[in-house]
Design a protein around this ligand. Structure first.
Ligand SMILES: Nc1nc2c(ncn2[C@@H]2O[C@H](COP(=O)(O)OP(=O)(O)O)[C@@H](O)[C@H]2O)c(=O)[nH]1
Ligand SMILES: [Mg+2]
Length: 204
């Protein structure tokens, strides 16, 4: 999709604040600092749309961004947020969990991992959770600019082997700084948000 218009809608602290319409939503999930906001910015060709630095505190809420008036990107609170107290972590975890289990608009989840590190226990729990809720997800292994191309491919392979996922799950190497993998992510977004509906319409 060519992004012509992208705007921040709301940082929701409770479900009552979720936008009340049928727009498809793509969710960005991953631990703090893995690049959730950066990926949203890169996909939208914006510098600061979703940057936490410009919105202190909002990273622990569910942030909604509307794209071209036809879909939304949703920046989930990062898990493993070290600065939050245990109680806060639990609360924000609940916000994310409620959103993921109750929100009807979700078409796709982009689960982001750091290519340099093995998945954390939190990452593995999150992926287990994604398997149980049954919504489509892809894995983005981000920060691949930090490694050489061959190192990145090897790391991605070894990370894939550590995950309990369907072997068909798309595994996309991404870099916010080098703008890598953006087309592949957009392909997945377009497919899950729009193409499937088009296919249905064609066969009617
Ligand atoms: N080198 C590199 N740095 C990245 C990449 N993605 C994010 N970062 C940096 O990692 C930090 C956290 O990114 P951010 O998008 O705020 O992570 P979030 O907490 O998951 O939203 C920032 O300093 C980003 O500039 C990437 O692909 N490559
Ligand atoms: Mg963020």
């Amino acid at each position: 999709m060519l992004v012509k218009d992208s705007k921040f809608i709301i940082s929701a602290a409770k479900a009552e604040q979720w936008p009340d319409d049928e727009l498809p939503e793509v969710v960005f999930s991953g631990k703090s600092n893995v690049g959730k906001s950066g990926l949203i910015n890169a996909l939208c060709n914006r510098k600061n749309l979703a940057y936490s630095a410009s919105a202190p505190g909002k990273t622990r809420l569910v942030n909604f961004y509307e794209i071209n008036g036809v879909m939304r990107m949703v920046d989930l609170p990062g898990y493993g947020y070290s600065k939050a107290s245990k109680q806060e972590t639990k609360l924000y975890g609940k916000l994310a969990e409620r959103y993921l289990t109750q929100r009807k608009n979700i078409r796709l989840i982009i689960q982001i991992l750091d290519i340099r590190h093995d998945p954390t226990e939190d990452d593995l729990h999150m992926i287990e959770f994604l398997n149980t809720i049954g919504l489509p997800f892809v894995i983005a292994v981000n920060k691949c600019d930090k490694l050489s191309k061959s190192q990145a491919i090897n790391r991605a392979r070894s990370i894939a082997g550590m995950l309990d996922i369907d072997p068909d799950t798309p595994f996309i190497l991404t870099s916010v700084t080098a703008k890598r993998g953006m087309e592949e992510i957009w392909d997945a977004i377009d497919f899950y948000c729009f193409d499937q509906e088009d296919d249905n319409n064609e066969t009617e």
